[in-house]
Design a binder for this molecule. Structure first.
Ligand code: TRP
Ligand code: SF4
Length: 368
């Protein structure tokens, strides 16, 4: 196999063929299970959440009002951008459905993979991640929410050590492409993440239970490793294989992947409403070369970053969204007007965010 054929590298930004992943790795199409979900969230309805493993097991619990747990982590490195909002929106939906949320802050991973020290990582976690999670409307003080730093969770570290017995270098190499010169901290990082995912099931946390992990598709290698290890654990420490869902990446303003380290591609959550508004206006559209052509042939919303922002973040009402889609296609809506409206909505979102950010920071400080 060629490298690109099978490897999704969770520590690199790569472009992704979603359909291929669904076919190759046994990820199921989310659209097939969608009709069974009661009041699916916006990202589910719109196909942004495109794949899953074993989500039907979680959905059965939701539909019968039974308890389940959601695990998803944040690696504190760099700034949060609007692409990261997708996880927060899903967590809000799950919390409404009665879930318990277990939210690790992956400071050991950012140490291993990005060379960020623990103190800095904690700072970034508070000031960037947790405070924005709160400002975006997730109640981290809710009794069902558990936030922790990997480096401070002794039970997690014990679990990491124990489950390390059930994998070996060859497996890690085949999943991640590790080589003999990969340092041990980096080898260890995915094992800590496996522990994050299995952590809610240890005896101290109440024993085996159903867990779902909503993540971007780049995290699937960790899910595969976790499911493999979970199955190999014995009676002493037994786990139910976790379910997972996968969402698409948000396209960057330039048309490439949105990336924290490339300011031209991203709208950062700590940017001012005016900058956010301006950045929308720089986004790549699916518009035609000339106005005449667009009026005649229509635009291409499926290839348009502006439209994607409406879909992912800015318009709740499906009917209103469809109207924009149709009027783009039939040439009656032109990019100038459409960008104007979208940037206005983005500005509003950011005005709301910036109002909440300061108070949120105070709350975030007391969480970890
Ligand atoms: N590796 C994830 C990231 O890069 C963060 C993470 C840590 C995580 N532990 C997790 C994600 C557990 C899902 C479940 O963002
Ligand atoms: Fe995109 Fe709007 Fe232009 Fe259509 S009209 S291509 S949705 S910016």
């Amino acid at each position: 196999m060629k490298k690109g054929d099978y490897l999704i590298d969770p520590w690199a930004s790569s472009t992704v063929d979603y359909d291929k992943l669904v076919n190759q790795f046994g990820i199921k199409k989310f659209s097939e299970i969608l009709p069974q979900i009661i009041n699916p969230g916006r990202l589910m309805r719109r196909g942004v959440v495109f794949g899953h493993r074993d989500f039907e097991k979680i959905n059965n619990l939701i539909n019968t009002d039974k308890e389940f747990t959601v695990v998803t982590g944040m690696m504190p490195s760099g700034q949060m951008h609007i692409g990261h909002k997708m996880v927060v929106d899903q967590l809000k939906w799950y919390l409404d459905k009665g879930a318990i949320l277990s939210l690790p802050i992956a400071d050991m991973e950012s140490y291993a993979a990005r060379g960020i020290n623990f103190e800095t990582a904690k700072d970034i976690a508070i000031n960037e991640y947790l405070s924005n999670y709160i400002a975006l409307g997730l109640d981290l003080n809710h009794k069902n929410v558990n936030v922790y730093l990997q480096s401070q969770n002794e039970l997690l570290k014990d679990l990491t050590f124990k489950l390390s017995k059930k994998t070996n270098f060859n497996e890690l190499k085949s999943i991640y492409g590790f080589s003999p010169s990969t340092n041990f901290a980096h080898l260890y990082a995915p094992l800590i993440q496996v522990a994050d995912i299995l952590f809610p099931q240890i005896e101290e946390m109440g024993g085996p239970k159903r867990v779902v992990v909503p993540v971007g598709i780049d995290q699937d290698p960790h899910i595969r490793l976790t499911r493999d290890i979970a199955e190999k654990m014995n009676d002493d420490l037994s786990f139910i294989s976790p379910s997972s869902t996968y969402h698409r990446f948000l396209t960057g303003l330039t048309g490439d992947k949105m990336s924290s380290s490339k300011p031209k591609t991203a709208i950062y959550l700590n940017e001012s409403p005016e900058i956010a508004e301006k950045k929308v206006k720089t986004a790549k559209t699916g518009g035609r070369e000339s106005l005449e052509e667009q009026k005649k042939l229509g635009g291409n919303p499926d290839q348009c970053v502006v439209y994607e922002m409406l879909v992912y973040h800015l318009i709740d009402d499906d009917k209103e969204l469809k109207k924009i889609y149709d009027s783009c296609k039939d040439g009656s809506l032109l990019c100038g007007e459409c960008k104007g409206r979208t940037s206005e909505l983005m500005k509003k979102l950011f005005e709301d965010l910036s109002k909440k950010q300061e108070d949120s920071r105070e709350i975030a400080k007391n969480l970890i």
